[in-house]
Design a protein around this ligand. Sequence first.
Ligand code: ADP
Length: 250
Amino acid sequence: DVRHGPILYLEDVSVSFDGFKAINDLNLTIDDGELRCIIGPNGAGKTTMMDIITGKTRPDTGQVWFGSRHDLLTLNEPQIASLGIGRKFQKPTVFEALSVFENLELAMAADKRILPTLTARLTGEIRDRIEEVLATIGLTELRYGPAGILSHGQKQWLEIGMLLMQRPRLLLVDEPVAGMTEQEMERTAELLTGLAGKGKQSVVIVEHDMGFVRSIARTVTVLHQGSVLAEGSMDKVSSDPRVVEVYLGA
Ligand code: ADP
């Protein structure tokens, strides 16, 4: 596996809420094009870590870099998003009354109020991009139907597609397979592993489903009490007695 240098870099990051250290000297490096899974018990700090990367939460101490040039702690949430960091929350938030195609169209518009006038001005380039993303997420056949009739899994893929419209460099994905059927999980594994790679995206996934993590991740990071307890292949971390004690054995 060729390494391409880090795209995301957290060094000695800490944040407290009312004196409680939710993130405690966290160090994390994500390589360009890497697919990384983050696991850990409830309260380990996974959500807070994502909030710090996207600028929603400011750490008390430490450094957060995107590539080698962007000090994320000097930027606000929209500025960080515009660098190409996309986040997908657990619950899909697609526009049910709009078609799949229109949802992707809307994702291109920074100002959501311009939608009614967008179709008329849709350039060939944007159309091509929408078709490309539709193929990637496997929803080409359903593109003119309302998003509201999609299955739960298909809505999740559509929302990933909406993030892809902006050609992100880093995707943060929160529990993508929660509530999915076995078949949808397999399709999601293909989708996410296909997205990661050099010249494509880096993908960081927070996930509780260990079978899914095992099926996709080359590297797994185990968070516990706000810092990294273990990191490495799934085989390595799952045989680590400390990981078994705090997480897998529970
Ligand atoms: P995880 O996502 O791994 O379950 P979280 O990042 O949500 O963990 O939470 C880490 C710890 O920080 C938890 O104990 C949680 O209660 C606490 N926490 C997170 N956000 C806040 C907040 N805004 N105010 C107070 N406590 C918080």
